[in-house]
Design a protein around this ligand. Structure first.
Ligand SMILES: Nc1ncnc2c1ncn2[C@@H]1O[C@H](COP(=O)(O)OP(=O)(O)OP(=O)(O)O)[C@@H](O)[C@H]1O
Length: 280
């Protein structure tokens, strides 16, 4: 396992914001921590990055406890924070070359040209960082996170502020990093669509607890029994949740025949489950 989290707890003062969180990630896996604002996603990821000290539980990342990891470990991990607003006067290409040079005692960083192409910033190589658009800035954040060719990459809400095209390109980049380079990726998002597109496995975190976990297909299948059937008879509307809507509708027809009106079967989507889970 590239990372293992067992019984992780975090308290800020008197308030516990993570309660017994446990999960792991295999090499090359794209794992998504999905949850609403305040669920504890950033706290979890910051503990795994070694930026925050946990209150209790076992955490192992690339074979070490991040709380006492060293520079060699750091060089194997890539981090993209929620927002990073530094180096405004540097030019994009120079900044990446410079940051890459920090990794040379440990490994060969990405050559700047290749890296710029990978994140779609070739045209912006000569621009000053402060002149970049929000989406370009975020791509640069990702480039900074991967310049040292990390084995494990943490992405905290990476697509905030992206337009749809930038989002799609970013999703392709994440897929490529995992497939072609075998990078293990842990990504936080509050966007279900993003999680289902990107993740090999989704962990749904709400109020400091993992309430569901699985592949997007497993999560969808787990709630496939929750169809809602709506109909009306004599101007009166009804609705019913059922695990077997076909059989239920057959029953309605035999009971009401031609009286049956406004029949509608609504299949539960992953979004329905997610919303139900985070609302409770
Ligand atoms: N430094 C801190 N001191 C006290 N409480 C904090 C601190 N950082 C976060 N919290 C609280 O911990 C809880 C989890 O916050 P966290 O930022 O981990 O959530 P999140 O899921 O990343 O949310 P978002 O999607 O808004 O970034 C929240 O209730 C938050 O208010």
């Amino acid at each position: 396992m590239v990372l293992t989290v067992d019984g992780l707890r975090m308290q800020y003062g008197e308030v516990e914001v993570l309660h017994e969180v446990s999960f792991d990630a295999r090499a090359g896996e794209v794992l998504t921590l999905l949850g609403p604002n305040g669920a504890g996603k950033s706290t979890t990821i910051e503990i795994l990055e070694g930026f925050r000290l946990r209150s209790a539980g076992q955490v192992e990342v690339l074979g070490l406890d991040p709380a006492d990891a060293d520079e060699t470990w750091r060089a194997r991990v890539g981090i993209v924070l929620q927002s990073w607003r530094d180096h405004g006067n540097w030019r994009v290409g120079e900044l990446l070359g410079h940051l890459g040079s920090y990794y040379t005692p440990y490994k060969q960083p990405w050559p700047t040209g290749e890296l710029l192409a990978a994140v779609g910033l070739t045209e912006s190589a000569g621009k000053k960082v402060r002149m970049l658009s929000g989406g370009q800035r975020r791509r640069l954040d990702v480039a900074i996170g991967i310049v040292g060719r990390p084995e494990l990459l943490f992405l905290d809400e990476p697509t905030t502020g992206f337009d749809p095209e930038a989002r799609r390109e970013f999703h392709e980049l994440v897929g490529r990093l995992a497939r072609e380079y075998g990078t293990t990726i842990l990504l936080t998002t509050h966007d279900l669509d993003e999680a289902s597109r990107l993740a090999d496995r989704i962990l749904i975190l709400t109020a400091g607890r993992i309430v569901a976990a699985g592949t997007p297909a497993q999560l969808t299948a787990a709630i496939a029994g929750e169809d809602e059937v709506r109909w009306s008879v004599d101007g009166q509307s009804f609705r019913k949740k059922t695990t077997d809507s076909t059989e239920f509708v057959r029953g309605l027809f035999s009971q009401y025949g031609a009286e049956l009106r406004e029949l509608e079967v609504r299949r539960a989507s992953l979004e329905d489950t997610y919303l139900a889970l985070v609302a409770s």
